[in-house]
Design a protein around this ligand. Structure first.
Ligand SMILES: Cc1ncc(COP(=O)(O)O)c(C=O)c1O
Length: 392
């Protein structure tokens, strides 16, 4: 295929050339001061991205590794965790917790809107013995494109006067939408390199505050690789529990430079603007009745991904395959209960207006070629949204 391929999956995302170039080098000796300086500055800058003065831990792992690292440091088998369900990833995280031997309670959701925080308060109030150790909340569920209000979940825990730790999955939201780890009282936050952090997959990043570190210290037994306790100081072999994933760190250093240059506030504004363009287009496509938003509450629609449901007689997987194979635009498919019933446009990370417009226009070509009914002036609506938002 000629020209650029457009990767509009919600992770892995498009990697900036700068990040790719930063990784194109020989490894450094493990005790080389330059390597230590790169790693140290990444730990420091990540604290700024999480907006925390807590500790940051980096693992050679994917997002699932991040989930496991968080749970392995605050819970032991038999502990109870509470998961407000907003989609495939909150459900998978609950499964993961179960597999680790945790008693996992899910506050069931319909995958189309966030769980009402009041339900969290009610469940915690019933837990008079204080058995629930942690609430596991996903900020943006990439499967459903529903965003939850993490600050409201903290308020819900506090309203119950319950000591549960708040653990937030920010894998699809960190550096795309506001996140205030300390300001919102989040005890543990989890991110992964391949989303809005603009790096290849392979790094799980976990931040923990004093409460979480104290919970870790009190555990009777810890898992060697995930354990936070030895991952301190400036002995870098120990900090990474072995060899540092050097090239991913070279890439991360460059990506963090880019994040600093643009600034977190501007990054959040860009994501909101680009998401607004996608939402404006989907609104128009929906007019013909065959396509619709999965997230029913507009204020809960994620800035990083949009999940679009297709009518019964339309195979969402066909749209995805056609767009990728014949137009060079990769969007994601539906996950779990939405498998075959939805496709998802990722709009996070290293992205600008023409990339989003290109994706929307190419999808429209696919709709026409596949006979998918859709409202006609969607790309125009996206263009108008962008022009207006850029002028504000
Ligand atoms: C919100 C969220 N949590 C967790 C994960 C799991 O991450 P990974 O696939 O890197 O293990 C993903 C992956 O897309 C995700 O979007």
């Amino acid at each position: 295929m000629t020209g650029h391929e457009f990767l509009h999956s919600p992770g892995p995302t498009h990697i900036p050339d700068r990040v790719l170039r930063a990784m194109h080098r020989q490894p450094l000796d493990l005790v080389d001061g330059r390597l230590k300086a790169i790693a140290k500055s990444c730990f420091d800058d990540l604290r700024d991205v999480f907006r925390t003065s807590g500790k940051v831990f980096i693992y050679a792992a994917n997002g699932h590794g991040g989930w496991e690292a968080a749970l392995a440091n605050i819970c032991v088998p038999g502990d109870v965790v509470l998961v407000p369900e907003i989609g495939h990833f909150s459900a998978s995280w609950a499964d993961h917790a179960r597999a680790l031997g945790l008693e996992t309670e899910v506050i069931a959701g319909d995958w189309r809107q966030a769980v009402d925080p009041q339900r969290i308060t009610e469940r915690l109030r019933e837990d008079r013995a204080g058995r629930i150790k942690a609430v596991l909340a996903v900020q943006v569920d990439t499967g459903t494109a529903v965003a939850s209000d993490i600050a409201a979940i903290r308020a819900a825990i506090d309203a119950a006067g319950h000591p549960a730790l708040l653990v937030a999955d920010t894998i699809a939201s960190l550096a795309a939408m506001p996140f205030e780890m300390d300001g919102w009282g989040v005890d543990v936050a989890i991110a992964a390199s391949q989303k809005a952090l603009m790096c290849p997959p392979g790094l799980a990043i976990v931040a923990a505050n004093e409460r979480a570190l104290a919970a870790c210290a009190a555990l009777p037994r810890r898992h060697r690789y995930w354990d936070w306790a030895p991952r301190v100081g400036d002995e870098y072999y120990t900090l990474f529990c072995g060899t540092m994933p050097e090239h991913l760190m070279f890439g991360l250093r460059e990506a963090l430079d880019m994040i600093k240059e643009e600034g977190l506030a501007a990054i959040c504004r860009r994501h909101a603007r680009l998401a607004g363009a996608v939402h404006a287009a989907v609104e128009v496509w929906s007019e013909a009745g065959a396509l619709s938003f999965n997230a029913t509450v507009p204020s809960q629609r994620a800035v990083s991904v949009t999940a679009i449901r297709t009518a019964e007689d339309i195979d969402a997987a066909r749209i995805r395959t056609h767009a990728r194979e014949s137009l060079g635009v990769s969007v994601a498919g539906g996950l779990g209960a939405l498998s075959g019933k939805a496709f998802r446009i990722g709009h996070l990370g290293d992205l600008n207006e023409p990339m989003v417009l290109g994706c929307l226009a190419a999808l429209e070509v696919a709709f026409i070629e596949l006979g998918v009914p859709h409202g006609r002036n969607a790309v125009r609506a996206a263009v108008e949204h962008l022009a207006k938002a850029r002028a504000e």
